[in-house]
Design a protein. Structure first.
Ligand code: BG6
Ligand code: MG
Length: 219
């Protein structure tokens, strides 16, 4: 029986990938590192510290831990500044409608994001009121593909994983949902989230009606 929904944030509720890209690009340019959109795709869903390690590995760079933290903080400062321009107009099409519908139908709803900036993003979107529980990059120490953030969210909702559907746009996010025994909805292309229980190209297609019709035995 489905009683709850757990949403990833970046790439599901709003598209921050371009803002993350711009911030990593600025940092990489300053460091003389190569960084492009293809590499940015590899950062989808993974934590800030895992992200900088992917970029450093790609560039054959190794640095001491304190310097890595300092550089990741520089990137974060650029990213956080860019969030000031985000407004309630910046939901991905369909996301606000789905959240509103879930609220009106009485489902429990949680956020399960790897981002330590999730609260700021939700405030900019005026989306805090949609969530009973907010799980973010500060809630657990093991990030996706570990299931911990989704287990944190379901636990706080008081639900078992098999009572919840996770919405994710990242390959590692779907891996995390599956590792935790959650039902999963992938948002994005087959090659990225084709291993989800069901997949939609965009959030606009992921209406409650469509989700219910795919998981009909569970509602
Ligand atoms: C995820 C993004 O939601 O959050 C990743 O998909 C990002 O690209 C991660 O690295 C961590 O975000 P933040 O805001 O804590 O740097
Ligand atoms: Mg995401």
């Amino acid at each position: 029986m489905i009683k709850g929904f757990i949403f990833d944030l970046d790439g599901v509720i709003t598209d921050t990938a371009e803002l993350h890209y711009a911030a990593w690009k600025k940092l990489s340019d300053e460091q003389g590192w190569h960084f492009d959109r293809e590499l940015n795709e590899k950062l989808r869903g993974i934590s800030r510290m895992d992200s900088i390690k992917v970029i450093m590995d790609h560039n054959g760079v190794s640095l001491d831990d304190a310097t890595i933290v300092e550089l990741a903080t520089m990137k974060n400062d650029i990213y956080v500044d860019s969030l000031d321009d985000m407004t309630p107009e910046d939901y991905l099409p369909g996301a606000r409608e789905l959240l509103t519908h879930l609220r009106s139908e009485g489902f429990s709803v949680a956020l399960g994001s790897a981002s330590k900036n999730a609260n700021k993003v939700l405030k900019q979107l005026n989306a805090v009121h949609f969530f009973d529980v907010i799980g973010d990059g500060n809630s657990v120490s093991k990030s996706k593909p570990a299931p911990d953030i989704f287990l944190f969210a379901s636990d706080k909702l008081g639900l078992r994983p098999d009572n919840c559907i996770v919405f994710e746009d990242a390959e590692k996010g779907i891996d995390a949902a599956k590792a935790g025994n959650f039902h999963s909805v992938g948002i994005g292309p087959e090659e990225r989230v084709g291993h989800a229980d069901i997949r939609f190209d965009t959030m606009k297609q992921a209406t409650l009606f469509e989700v219910k019709s795919h998981f009909k035995d569970l509602f």
